[in-house]
Write a protein of this length. Structure first.
Length: 419
RNA sequence: GGAGGGAUGACCGAGUCGCCGAAGGUGAUCGCCUGCUAAGCGAUUGUGGGCCCUCAAAGUCCACCGAGGGUUCAAAUCCCUCUCCCUCCGCCA
């Protein structure tokens, strides 16, 4: 949820919203609506104050005077109940308008759309394509069986099998250990959540079509552990000195991938179900940008230690998700396609999600007030996606697969012979 | 799936129409006291919003006792619906 006061007073903030696609008209309409709801509320509150006072008098009055006083209070009540619905109307109008304004882009975010990203750095070279691309290689090695999965679940599902499973477990172990070392609390979260949690996390109503609902719409399968991790401190006021609170969620992720027909149909690049280790930080507003860089540095270290060539980009304003003020993507080099493709990303949602989540922090010292926390999230490792990069970069000329050194202690083998 | 019980402030826990934004306790903060520590004594200590004000504080008004409706001049308290939690039975990895 947008900060309306800041939208009114801070030109840079307002401009950031425009760069995210909000029209100046929509913003002005929101501000006008804010004025209206305030005026209505003031009127009703004044009326209610009079009614409350009248009621209190009744309690103190001697029995003989009561009937007259009750009549007076009754009139006020009638007037109040006639005008009270106006408040809800004004509030609803305001909310409708407010929900359409995305979190403003940070000044450091370039304007424009999907092609207007800025490359921050490039590490490693653009290696040549291997004999088989990740899909063919996965099939050949018996790592990925999409054909059989189609029979039982439809397209964009796959059986992950054989050593690929051990590599998955190794990745989860390795990455989780690293995060624990950085002070993240490891979490296996619920992956079915209620509608209100989807809303609070900012996925509904915008991305409703991307989410599976089960149990007759009572519960929804999360597309990322970010959702339940964002809910850990729902409605809580946390001690400011305990921040940053860092969680590492390990979970399957479910995505409908609506509107991606024909896109990335090879292998397990884009599937309806995959496992992921996700980072989530609750952070004070003062140091959330620092935290964002921290999450990026972890993501970089993971990709780099796996030996994958990659680049870091700052995603342009128009290509940011609704709640993100800034987002980095790490794109690894995919030799078979001859281009960089996203492996991980991290976003700073600033106070945008926290406002709906109701997660605040209490400052230190006596009389210190509360303020909204900032929330950030990032992919530590999207397992399937990562495996596929390994299939290409670690595929040997004899058809065998070597194992990235960092994973060897966790999977118990150093190579998989050709098949 | 069946039968009961519950949801109150950071936490525990009173409270069956007006004197309740809510006793008491814990925790926290400030001060006092004891040559340290512990204990003890006193004070303060919910959230959000409005008005006032240059700002803040103070003051004042409104809302909030799981959520949403209802009854009433007046609801934490009565009624209805929903959600969640707990206990027992059944089922079960």
């Amino acid at each position: 949820m947008i900060d309306v006061r800041r939208l009114r007073d801070d030109p840079e903030y307002r401009n950031g919203a425009v760069r995210k696609g909000a029209s100046p008209e929509a913003i002005d309409a929101l501000l006008a609506s804010d004025d209206r709801r305030l005026a209505v509320r003031q009127e009703i509150e004044a009326l209610r104050a009079r009614q409350n006072a009248a009621s209190k008098e009744i309690a103190k009055a001697p029995a003989a005077d009561r009937p007259a006083k009750i009549a007076v209070a009754g009139e006020l009540k009638a007037e109040l109940s006639a005008r009270e619905p106006l408040v809800a109307l004004a509030e609803n109008e305001f909310r409708e308008l407010a929900i359409r304004i995305a979190n403003p882009a940070h000044p450091s975010v370039p304007s424009g759309g999907a092609d207007d990203f800025v490359v921050v750095k490039t590490v490693g070279g653009e290696t040549p394509a291997p004999a088989l691309d990740h899909a063919d290689y996965g099939l050949r090695m018996g790592f990925v069986d999409g054909e059989r999965a189609v029979r039982i679940s439809g397209s964009r599902f796959a059986y992950l099998m054989r050593e690929a499973v051990l590599l998955e477990l190794a990745l989860v172990q390795w990455v989780t250990q690293r995060l624990v070392g950085h002070g993240f609390v490891p979490v296996v979260p619920p992956v079915l959540v209620q509608e209100h949690m989807m809303e609070a996390a900012g996925f509904f109503p915008t991305d409703r079509s991307q989410v599976y609902d089960v149990d007759g719409g009572e519960l929804f399968l999360v597309g990322t552990a970010e959702v339940p991790l964002a809910g850990i401190h729902l409605g809580e006021i946390v001690d400011g000195s305990s921040l940053p609170l860092r969680y590492a969620g390990i979970s399957p992720c479910f995505r409908r991938e609506a509107g991606t027909y024909g896109k990335d149909t090879r292998g397990i690049f884009r599937v309806h179900q995959f496992d992921k280790v996700e980072m989530f930080s609750y952070c004070s507003p003062e140091r959330s940008w620092e935290e964002h860089e921290f999450l990026l540095s972890i993501e970089e270290s993971i990709v780099a230690d796996l030996g994958l060539p990659y680049r870091v980009i700052v995603v342009a304003a128009g290509d940011l998700g609704n709640p993100a003020a800034k987002k980095y993507d790490i794109e690894a080099w995919l030799p078979s396609e001859g281009c960089y493709r996203e492996v991980t990303s991290c976003s700073n949602y600033t106070d945008y999600s926290a406002r709906r989540l109701g997660t605040r922090l209490r400052g230190e010292g006596a009389g210190a007030g509360t303020q909204l926390v900032h929330t950030l999230n990032g992919t530590a490792c999207a397992i399937g996606r990562t495996l596929l990069f390994i299939f290409e970069h670690y595929q040997q000329s004899d058809g065998s697969l070597s194992v990235p050194e960092v994973l060897q202690p966790y999977c118990g083998f150093t190579a998989v012979p050709a098949r």
